[in-house]
Design a protein around this ligand. Structure first.
Ligand code: MG
Length: 251
């Protein structure tokens, strides 16, 4: 069942989004050569707690850390560790914040100390697929309109979208209805109504979209071990369009 959010609830989610944006502002400069992924995670937790929030992922189904940090062929759910970032790594940093009972969720991907054009195209495609889908949004859309727009954007650039994981409704729970797949057909799925809050999260692969989970029980990698990227924002729809709660960039 989809729980539409009231104005007051949207305000609380906005505040949660402000904390999450501060996390990115602190962590992205640390995402350079030599830093461990654990150091990024510790910095993220510090920012969240100093601002009165709670890390949404820590303890979720037993997940041990505050953030998911997925490198290179890892798509999502990587566990921060003593692994030091190396030049050329693709870092996907996914973070959730809980504030006064409400969640927001977002992810960014970047390259460490390099500017490989193919890797950058992969990274930019995940981000721009989300931005392009939102920019095209029209009243009357259903979830499938977002899904199709993301899939089309990604596939036109020669990449693929992961099928096994999807975006999701969000609010009082980290994961709520509806599912927001990164593939699909326009006109299908739940109606987008005022008060609908969703985390949209394109997961894009350089090769085939098939994924598998490593023995740690969490890290999701591409089966062909080719690179992946991930971008996510939490967005709420209103009578006047949408508000991106986790990014100040206009699509
Ligand atoms: Mg998510």
């Amino acid at each position: 069942m989809i729980e539409l959010k009231s104005k007051r609830e949207i305000q609380l989610m906005r505040e949660a989004g402000e904390i999450l944006k501060k996390v990115f502002a602190v962590v992205e400069p640390l995402g350079v050569e030599g830093f461990t992924t654990e150091a990024l995670d510790a910095a993220a937790e510090k920012v969240i707690r100093e601002n009165g929030g709670e890390p949404a992922f820590k303890g979720y189904r037993g997940f041990p850390k505050t953030s998911c940090i997925s490198l290179n062929e890892a798509v999502v759910h990587g566990i921060p560790s003593a692994r030091r970032l190396k030049k050329g790594d693709i870092v996907s940093f996914d973070i959730g914040v809980k504030w006064k009972g409400f969640y927001v969720d977002a992810a960014r991907t970047w390259q460490v100390g390099a500017n490989d054009p193919q890797k950058q195209a992969l990274i930019d495609t995940a981000k721009q697929s989300l931005k392009t889908a939102l920019a095209a949004y029209q009243p009357g859309w259903r979830i499938g309109d977002i899904s199709e727009a993301i899939q089309r954007y990604v596939e036109e650039r020669g990449f693929q979208v992961v099928r096994d994981y999807a975006g999701h409704g969000i609010g009082r729970q980290l994961h709520e209805d509806p599912q927001v797949t990164n593939y699909g057909k326009a006109g299908r799925g739940a109606k987008i109504e005022p008060g609908l809050a969703i985390a949209i999260e394109p997961m894009v692969t350089e090769g085939h979209y098939a994924v598998e989970t490593l023995e740690d029980g969490w890290t999701v990698v591409t089966q062909d071990r080719k690179n992946a990227s991930h971008y996510e924002d939490t967005v709420v729809f209103t009578e006047n369009g949408f508000i991106n709660l986790t990014s100040d960039e206009v699509p």
